[in-house]
Write a protein that binds this ligand. Structure first.
Ligand code: 3NM
Ligand code: MG
Length: 482
């Protein structure tokens, strides 16, 4: 029987999950809905009951031509005639590539047909997991498995459900192109009121890329990308996109003024439920956690969900990410809770974001992008990457670091550029950034500019001036500047 791992159902016999339903009925409904593997997982029942249930389940799975796998118990697998056994003894806690490969080689040599990758997201179904690795961890594991001599099939597990399965498949795909063969779920099907339609819906949505997936263009070389910038700026200012900023109150006024000068319509709303109505206009969302409160994360997650499900771009600006335990927790929750087209921050913030998601030190390679996020690391030189291309930008001016809000405004500008230019996320961010930093250089060069006080109004004027030129198709503002 060929192993189709695409929708792998793991059973659970605890009352919290089964809620009085009969396990065999639930599994049969799930099979009708299209699950491709069933694993009988029951850590509590005694051997007699295990064998009895396993035999019943096997009778059912055979009718649907789906393999039955028994968790942990070779004896029960043999007694019930099940097709396989899932051994967790070698569960290991690492996203370190060399260790992953060692363990994987061993498992495959010992006859494993597939490997489970988890725990992706924290889940009440299994609380004694060793580490929450996120989609970033899954990506590291897939990339290191892709370097093995033989191919190994994989399924991801942990907190996967209808609302995040597309993102899990999309974000975990490795640089190497290696993808998951499927996802394993417990509660999303076992605890569903209607397991058949739960399985059907998951299968259906898995087959299509998430709304925020973009087609990778022919991947122009980094050095050639800049030539497209003035055209992108023109396209954005002509489109006049909306950008919804859930931004900190210190900088909200300044950032709104930058947006208006840049030909963008700013909406400053902290109200997560409002995002449903705002997201339909095709604009971008910016999550800037500069003045986080106890209510913020819930509001952010609602808004992220609305924009993600419309395929509209979301920017994360994890202001002060590592500064407090609260902020570290917020970053973790946000990274697990949604997809970010762009993550923008300084070196410390970016380190915190990716340190959290990989759950282990030493696996980051400097300025690398996360799972399909574009990353913009700002500093005296800015680094920008989408995982395939890395660009260093040396534009801008020291005076930008002498006033508050100048960094936050970059997030908002990029949100607008990502919204109005969808072909290439890296190029969109590069264009917004260069427009902004060249305006800063122009402002700083003015005789009237003596310091931060005179710089800020001159900067707004220069943004406005570039936008006026760009809207008329004039590209000279850019020539020789980047
Ligand atoms: N194994 P749900 S997580 C059985 O990480 C299991 O190894 C995990 O349940 C691992 O789909 C998990 O309800 C439970 O989140 C997954
Ligand atoms: Mg396990």
């Amino acid at each position: 029987m060929a192993l189709d791992l695409s929708l792998y159902l793991v059973t659970d016999s605890t009352p919290a999950i089964l809620r009085g339903h009969d396990i065999c009925k639930v599994v049969e409904e799930a099979l009708k809905g299209g699950v491709t593997v069933v694993q009988y997982r029951d850590k509590k029942s005694d051997t007699g009951d295990l064998v009895k249930t396993a035999k019943k389940l096997h009778e059912i799975t055979r009718r649907y031509n789906v393999p039955l796998i028994i968790n942990d118990r070779v004896d029960v697998a043999i007694a019930s005639g099940a097709e396989g056994v899932h051994l967790g003894q070698d569960d290991m806690s690492t996203t370190k590539p060399s260790r992953i490969r060692r363990h994987a080689v061993k498992a495959v040599e010992e006859g494993a047909d597939y490997l489970g990758i988890g725990t992706i997201f924290a889940t009440p179904t299994k609380t004694n997991t060793k580490s929450i690795i996120g989609t970033a961890g899954a990506k590291i594991i897939l990339d290191s498995l892709s370097r093995l001599d033989r191919s190994v099939s994989t399924v991801a597990i942990g907190g996967i459900n209808l609302s995040n399965v597309q993102r899990v498949l999309y974000q975990s795909a490795g640089q190497s192109g290696k993808q998951l063969d499927g996802v394993a779920v417990v509660s999303a099907i076992m605890a569903a009121d209607d397991p058949k339609s739960a399985a059907e819906e998951i299968k259906k949505i898995m087959a299509v890329p998430p709304p925020f997936a973009t087609r990778q263009l022919s991947s122009p070389r980094e050095s050639e990308l800049a030539t497209d910038v003035p055209g992108v700026v023109q396209q954005v200012v002509t489109a006049h996109p909306i950008v919804h900023s859930m931004i900190n109150f210190v900088v909200a006024n300044f950032v709104a003024n930058v947006a208006i000068a840049a030909g963008v319509s700013p909406i400053m709303s902290q109200y997560g439920d409002e995002a449903k109505d705002l997201a339909v206009h095709g604009g971008g969302l910016v999550i800037n956690m500069g003045t986080l409160t106890s209510a913020s994360v819930t509001e952010y997650l609602k808004a992220i969900k609305a924009y993600n499900s419309n395929g509209n771009p979301v920017v994360l600006d994890p202001v002060g990410a590592g500064a407090t335990a609260i902020r570290r927790g917020a970053v973790k929750t946000l990274m697990a809770g949604g997809y970010f087209d762009l993550i923008k921050g300084n070196e410390r913030e970016i380190k915190e974001v990716y340190g959290n998601t990989t759950n282990e030190q030493g696996t980051q390679r400097g300025v690398d992008s996360g799972p399909r996020n574009v990353v913009l690391l700002t500093g005296s030189t800015d680094y920008l990457s989408d995982g395939n291309r890395v660009i260093a930008v040396k534009n801008g001016h020291e005076l930008l670091s002498r006033a508050t809000g100048t960094g936050c405004a970059v997030g908002t500008i990029c949100g607008a550029y990502l919204a109005a230019f969808r072909d290439d996320k890296l190029l969109a961010v590069l264009a917004g950034l260069l427009m902004y930093e060249i305006a800063a250089e122009n402002a700083a060069a003015k005789d009237t500019v003596q310091g931060p006080g005179t710089f800020l109004p001159a900067f707004l004027d220069e943004i406005y001036s570039i936008v006026q030129k760009a809207s008329q198709g004039e590209h000279t503002w850019f020539e020789g500047r980047a």
